[in-house]
Design a protein around this ligand. Structure first.
Ligand SMILES: [Zn+2]
Length: 259
Protein backbone atom coordinates (compact mmCIF):
# COMPACT_ATOMS: atom_id res chain seq x y z
CA UNK A 1 0.00 0.00 0.00
CA UNK A 2 2.79 2.40 0.95
CA UNK A 3 6.22 2.57 -0.63
CA UNK A 4 8.22 2.19 2.47
CA UNK A 5 11.12 4.58 2.58
CA UNK A 6 10.87 5.97 6.12
CA UNK A 7 12.23 3.95 9.06
CA UNK A 8 12.41 4.39 12.82
CA UNK A 9 8.87 5.76 13.16
CA UNK A 10 7.43 6.20 16.67
CA UNK A 11 3.62 6.28 16.86
CA UNK A 12 3.05 8.13 20.13
CA UNK A 13 -0.73 7.60 20.26
CA UNK A 14 -2.85 4.67 19.08
CA UNK A 15 -5.93 2.70 20.19
CA UNK A 16 -5.31 -0.87 19.07
CA UNK A 17 -7.86 -2.29 21.51
CA UNK A 18 -10.60 -0.58 19.52
CA UNK A 19 -13.19 -3.02 18.18
CA UNK A 20 -12.46 -1.83 14.64
CA UNK A 21 -9.31 -3.97 14.89
CA UNK A 22 -11.11 -7.09 16.15
CA UNK A 23 -10.94 -8.88 12.79
CA UNK A 24 -7.24 -8.41 12.10
CA UNK A 25 -5.49 -6.82 15.09
CA UNK A 26 -2.58 -9.27 15.31
CA UNK A 27 -2.12 -9.37 11.56
CA UNK A 28 -1.78 -5.56 11.45
CA UNK A 29 0.47 -5.33 14.50
CA UNK A 30 2.82 -8.04 13.25
CA UNK A 31 3.18 -6.26 9.90
CA UNK A 32 4.16 -2.87 11.34
CA UNK A 33 7.90 -3.38 12.00
CA UNK A 34 8.39 -4.26 8.32
CA UNK A 35 6.69 -0.95 7.44
CA UNK A 36 9.18 1.21 9.31
CA UNK A 37 7.42 1.33 12.67
CA UNK A 38 9.86 1.19 15.59
CA UNK A 39 7.66 1.75 18.67
CA UNK A 40 3.99 2.37 19.48
CA UNK A 41 2.20 3.73 22.53
CA UNK A 42 -1.20 2.04 22.87
CA UNK A 43 -3.25 4.60 24.79
CA UNK A 44 -6.00 3.82 27.26
CA UNK A 45 -9.29 5.73 27.20
CA UNK A 46 -11.40 4.00 29.85
CA UNK A 47 -10.85 2.07 33.04
CA UNK A 48 -11.43 -1.26 31.24
CA UNK A 49 -9.26 -0.15 28.35
CA UNK A 50 -6.35 0.38 30.77
CA UNK A 51 -6.29 -3.37 31.49
CA UNK A 52 -6.59 -4.24 27.78
CA UNK A 53 -3.74 -1.84 26.89
CA UNK A 54 -1.41 -3.45 29.39
CA UNK A 55 -2.30 -6.93 28.11
CA UNK A 56 -1.63 -5.98 24.50
CA UNK A 57 1.69 -4.32 25.39
CA UNK A 58 2.78 -7.51 27.09
CA UNK A 59 2.31 -9.44 23.81
CA UNK A 60 4.57 -7.24 21.65
CA UNK A 61 7.98 -5.92 22.62
CA UNK A 62 7.58 -2.79 20.46
CA UNK A 63 4.24 -1.78 22.02
CA UNK A 64 4.02 0.22 25.24
CA UNK A 65 0.92 1.21 27.20
CA UNK A 66 -0.53 4.20 28.98
CA UNK A 67 -3.22 3.94 31.65
CA UNK A 68 -5.83 6.63 32.22
CA UNK A 69 -9.40 7.72 31.69
CA UNK A 70 -10.51 10.02 28.84
CA UNK A 71 -13.02 12.80 29.72
CA UNK A 72 -15.75 10.97 27.73
CA UNK A 73 -15.38 7.89 29.94
CA UNK A 74 -15.58 9.41 33.43
CA UNK A 75 -19.21 8.83 34.30
CA UNK A 76 -19.09 5.18 35.35
CA UNK A 77 -15.76 4.99 37.12
CA UNK A 78 -15.30 2.53 39.93
CA UNK A 79 -14.62 4.01 43.33
CA UNK A 80 -11.14 2.49 43.29
CA UNK A 81 -10.19 3.65 39.84
CA UNK A 82 -7.11 5.62 40.96
CA UNK A 83 -5.91 2.62 42.95
CA UNK A 84 -6.54 0.38 39.91
CA UNK A 85 -4.60 2.71 37.58
CA UNK A 86 -1.78 2.88 40.08
CA UNK A 87 -1.58 -0.94 40.30
CA UNK A 88 -1.51 -1.21 36.50
CA UNK A 89 1.19 1.47 36.28
CA UNK A 90 3.60 -0.86 38.07
CA UNK A 91 3.80 -3.00 34.93
CA UNK A 92 7.08 -2.17 33.20
CA UNK A 93 5.39 -1.69 29.81
CA UNK A 94 3.31 1.19 31.20
CA UNK A 95 5.09 4.44 30.33
CA UNK A 96 2.50 7.20 30.89
CA UNK A 97 -0.76 8.26 32.49
CA UNK A 98 -3.30 9.03 29.75
CA UNK A 99 -5.21 9.88 27.96
CA UNK A 100 -6.64 12.38 30.41
CA UNK A 101 -7.90 15.91 30.00
CA UNK A 102 -10.83 18.18 29.31
CA UNK A 103 -13.26 18.18 26.39
CA UNK A 104 -15.79 21.01 26.26
CA UNK A 105 -16.83 20.18 22.71
CA UNK A 106 -19.19 17.54 24.05
CA UNK A 107 -21.19 19.61 26.54
CA UNK A 108 -23.09 16.68 28.01
CA UNK A 109 -20.31 15.88 30.43
CA UNK A 110 -20.18 18.01 33.55
CA UNK A 111 -17.18 20.35 33.46
CA UNK A 112 -16.56 20.26 37.20
CA UNK A 113 -16.52 16.46 37.17
CA UNK A 114 -14.12 16.54 34.20
CA UNK A 115 -11.78 18.87 36.10
CA UNK A 116 -11.87 16.74 39.23
CA UNK A 117 -11.08 13.48 37.42
CA UNK A 118 -8.37 15.24 35.39
CA UNK A 119 -6.71 16.65 38.53
CA UNK A 120 -6.93 13.32 40.38
CA UNK A 121 -5.08 11.61 37.52
CA UNK A 122 -2.51 14.40 37.28
CA UNK A 123 -1.86 13.96 40.99
CA UNK A 124 -1.34 10.23 40.39
CA UNK A 125 1.15 10.97 37.58
CA UNK A 126 2.94 13.39 39.85
CA UNK A 127 3.17 10.83 42.64
CA UNK A 128 4.41 8.15 40.20
CA UNK A 129 6.74 10.62 38.43
CA UNK A 130 5.26 9.56 35.08
CA UNK A 131 4.60 11.68 31.97
CA UNK A 132 1.02 12.46 30.95
CA UNK A 133 -0.84 12.21 27.64
CA UNK A 134 -3.33 15.07 27.46
CA UNK A 135 -6.59 15.26 25.51
CA UNK A 136 -7.68 18.90 25.16
CA UNK A 137 -10.61 20.12 23.10
CA UNK A 138 -12.01 23.64 23.32
CA UNK A 139 -10.72 23.87 26.89
CA UNK A 140 -7.37 25.68 26.48
CA UNK A 141 -7.53 28.05 29.44
CA UNK A 142 -8.65 25.45 31.98
CA UNK A 143 -6.06 22.97 30.67
CA UNK A 144 -3.26 25.53 31.11
CA UNK A 145 -4.46 26.67 34.54
CA UNK A 146 -4.71 23.11 35.84
CA UNK A 147 -1.40 21.92 34.33
CA UNK A 148 0.30 24.90 36.00
CA UNK A 149 -0.63 23.44 39.40
CA UNK A 150 1.52 20.36 38.70
CA UNK A 151 5.13 19.95 37.69
CA UNK A 152 4.83 17.26 35.03
CA UNK A 153 6.19 16.33 31.64
CA UNK A 154 3.87 15.23 28.88
CA UNK A 155 2.34 15.66 25.48
CA UNK A 156 -0.75 17.46 24.20
CA UNK A 157 -2.08 14.93 21.72
CA UNK A 158 -3.98 15.60 18.48
CA UNK A 159 -3.22 19.28 18.90
CA UNK A 160 -6.11 21.42 17.67
CA UNK A 161 -5.47 24.84 19.22
CA UNK A 162 -3.73 27.90 17.82
CA UNK A 163 -0.02 28.65 17.81
CA UNK A 164 -0.18 30.99 20.83
CA UNK A 165 -1.50 28.12 22.96
CA UNK A 166 1.18 25.82 21.52
CA UNK A 167 3.88 28.31 22.54
CA UNK A 168 2.56 28.54 26.11
CA UNK A 169 2.45 24.75 26.50
CA UNK A 170 5.96 24.36 25.04
CA UNK A 171 7.23 26.94 27.52
CA UNK A 172 5.66 24.86 30.28
CA UNK A 173 7.79 21.92 29.04
CA UNK A 174 5.18 19.98 27.09
CA UNK A 175 5.52 18.27 23.72
CA UNK A 176 2.95 18.89 21.00
CA UNK A 177 1.67 16.00 18.87
CA UNK A 178 -0.11 16.03 15.52
CA UNK A 179 -2.28 13.45 13.74
CA UNK A 180 -3.48 12.95 10.17
CA UNK A 181 -5.65 16.03 10.65
CA UNK A 182 -2.71 18.08 9.33
CA UNK A 183 -3.20 16.40 5.93
CA UNK A 184 -6.87 17.45 5.70
CA UNK A 185 -8.05 20.45 3.71
CA UNK A 186 -8.98 23.74 5.43
CA UNK A 187 -6.85 23.38 8.54
CA UNK A 188 -4.82 26.57 8.45
CA UNK A 189 -4.86 26.85 12.26
CA UNK A 190 -3.24 23.42 12.78
CA UNK A 191 -0.63 24.06 10.10
CA UNK A 192 0.28 27.41 11.71
CA UNK A 193 0.64 25.63 15.05
CA UNK A 194 2.76 22.92 13.41
CA UNK A 195 5.03 25.61 11.95
CA UNK A 196 5.40 27.21 15.39
CA UNK A 197 6.41 23.99 17.17
CA UNK A 198 10.19 23.43 17.09
CA UNK A 199 11.08 19.90 15.94
CA UNK A 200 12.67 19.24 19.36
CA UNK A 201 9.20 19.54 20.95
CA UNK A 202 7.28 17.63 18.27
CA UNK A 203 5.72 14.16 18.46
CA UNK A 204 3.73 12.35 15.77
CA UNK A 205 0.79 10.00 16.13
CA UNK A 206 -2.01 8.28 14.26
CA UNK A 207 -4.70 8.21 16.99
CA UNK A 208 -5.69 5.11 15.00
CA UNK A 209 -8.18 3.64 14.13
CA UNK A 210 -9.41 7.23 13.79
CA UNK A 211 -7.99 10.21 11.88
CA UNK A 212 -6.64 8.37 8.83
CA UNK A 213 -4.59 10.91 6.84
CA UNK A 214 -5.19 11.84 3.21
CA UNK A 215 -5.35 10.00 0.83
CA UNK A 216 -7.02 7.46 3.17
CA UNK A 217 -9.31 9.83 5.09
CA UNK A 218 -12.37 8.00 6.46
CA UNK A 219 -10.76 4.56 6.36
CA UNK A 220 -9.47 2.57 9.31
CA UNK A 221 -6.08 3.97 10.17
CA UNK A 222 -3.01 2.10 11.44
CA UNK A 223 0.52 3.19 12.36
CA UNK A 224 1.91 2.63 8.84
CA UNK A 225 -0.10 5.67 7.72
CA UNK A 226 2.29 7.90 9.67
CA UNK A 227 4.15 7.92 6.36
CA UNK A 228 1.68 10.54 5.05
CA UNK A 229 1.84 12.60 8.24
CA UNK A 230 5.65 12.70 8.11
CA UNK A 231 5.54 13.65 4.42
CA UNK A 232 3.22 16.55 5.26
CA UNK A 233 5.55 17.75 8.02
CA UNK A 234 8.49 17.48 5.62
CA UNK A 235 6.59 19.76 3.31
CA UNK A 236 5.63 22.32 5.98
CA UNK A 237 8.91 22.40 7.91
CA UNK A 238 11.29 21.74 5.03
CA UNK A 239 13.10 19.03 7.02
CA UNK A 240 13.82 15.65 5.35
CA UNK A 241 11.25 12.95 6.19
CA UNK A 242 13.78 10.54 7.72
CA UNK A 243 15.10 13.29 9.98
CA UNK A 244 11.54 14.01 11.17
CA UNK A 245 11.07 10.31 11.99
CA UNK A 246 14.43 10.13 13.77
CA UNK A 247 13.98 13.29 15.86
CA UNK A 248 10.35 12.58 16.85
CA UNK A 249 11.44 9.03 17.77
CA UNK A 250 14.17 10.43 20.01
CA UNK A 251 11.73 12.94 21.54
CA UNK A 252 9.19 10.20 22.34
CA UNK A 253 11.83 7.93 23.87
CA UNK A 254 13.04 10.77 26.08
CA UNK A 255 9.54 11.70 27.20
CA UNK A 256 8.38 8.13 27.85
CA UNK A 257 11.75 6.98 29.19
CA UNK A 258 12.12 4.16 26.66
CA UNK A 259 15.60 2.90 25.82
ZN1 LIG B 1 -6.66 9.02 21.61
Amino acid sequence: MIDNIIKNIFDSHSHYNDEKFDDNRDEILKSLPSKGIDKIINVSASEKDAYDCVNLAEKYDYIFASVGVHPYEIENLSQDYIYNLESLSKNKKVVAIGEIGLDYYNNNIDKDLQKKIFEDQLALASELKMPVIIHAREADQDIINILKKFKLSGVIHCFSSDKEIAKILIQMGYYISFTGVITFKNNRKQLESLSAVPIERLLIETDCPYMAPEPHRGKICDSSMLYYIIKKIENIKNIPAQEIADITNKNAKELFNIK
